[in-house]
Design a protein around this ligand. Sequence first.
Ligand SMILES: Nc1ncnc2c1ncn2[C@@H]1O[C@H](COP(=O)(O)OP(=O)(O)OP(=O)(O)O)[C@@H](O)[C@H]1O
Length: 251
Amino acid sequence: MTEPVFSLKDIIVTVGDNIQILKSLNLDIYEGDFITVLGTNGAGKSTLFNTIAGNLSIDSGQLLHHGHSIAHDSAVTRTNYIARVFQDPKMGTAPHMTVAENLLLAEKRGQKRTLRNRGLTKEKLNEYAKITQVMGNNLDTRLNTATGNLSGGQRQALSFLMATRVKPELLLLDEHTAALDPKTSEQLMLATNEQVTKNQLTALMITHNLADALKYGNRLIILNAGDIVLDVRGQDKSDLNEADILKYFIA
Ligand SMILES: Nc1ncnc2c1ncn2[C@@H]1O[C@H](COP(=O)(O)OP(=O)(O)OP(=O)(O)O)[C@@H](O)[C@H]1O
C-alpha cells in the first residue's frame, strides 16, 4: 500500500483536569479514502476533527502529513491543505459577502486573502453559475445575494463548494447535512458523494445516519470512548449492516 497522506499515531488528547478524550488513537488516511465516521455522543469524533485541523493540540503521539509532523502547525496553516464543513450553516461563509465573493475568496486558499470584487469577471460568474447549479437548490440564481440571506441548505451547499473549490488534501465533513430538512439533507449528501468520488477527494465524514455511513465511502470507522473500535474498508464495509454497527455503540 502507498504511504498515508495523514497519519495519527498513538494520539492522546486530554482536556481539563487530565481527562483523556482521545486514547492512544491510531489512524492512517490514504489518498482517495472516503471514510464515514460513526460513534455515540461524546465518543470523540469532533475532538478527532479538532485535533487533525489544529484546533486542539495533542498531549502525546504523532500527527504526520506525508510523514512530517504537523503537530506544531497552527490551525490557520493547516487550512492550506485541510478544509472543513461544519454542521452549522453559519460557519464557513462570510455573511456580508455575496455567494460569488465567497467563492472567489475560497479560491485564495494558501494565498494571501485580500479581496474585494476584483476578479469577479463575467467568465468567473458564468463558471460559478455552473458549479452552483450542480447543487440543485437554486444557489445559481443567488450569486449576488449576501450569504446571510440564503437558506440554511443553500448556505451549506456554498460551504461545501468553498471547501472543495481548491482541492484540499483532506476534507473534514462534520455532520454537514445534520441541520437540514430531510430532502435538502439528501440532496447535499448526493452532491457531496458525487464531488468526492468524481474529484477523488480524501475525506472524513462524521454522521449519525447509519444508512449514509453504510452507503457512502470506501471505508468506515467507529469511535467509542476516544478510540477507534472498528475500521473496515472495501468488501468488509459493504458486507456490514446496521445491526452489525449497533453492536459497537457501547455506552
Ligand atoms: N473542552 C472540553 N472540556 C471538557 N470536556 C470536553 C471538552 N471537549 C470535549 N469534551 C468531552 O469530550 C468528549 C468527546 O466530545 P466530542 O465532542 O469529541 O464527542 P463527539 O463524538 O463529537 O460527540 P457528538 O456526537 O455528541 O457530537 C465528551 O465527553 C465531551 O464532553
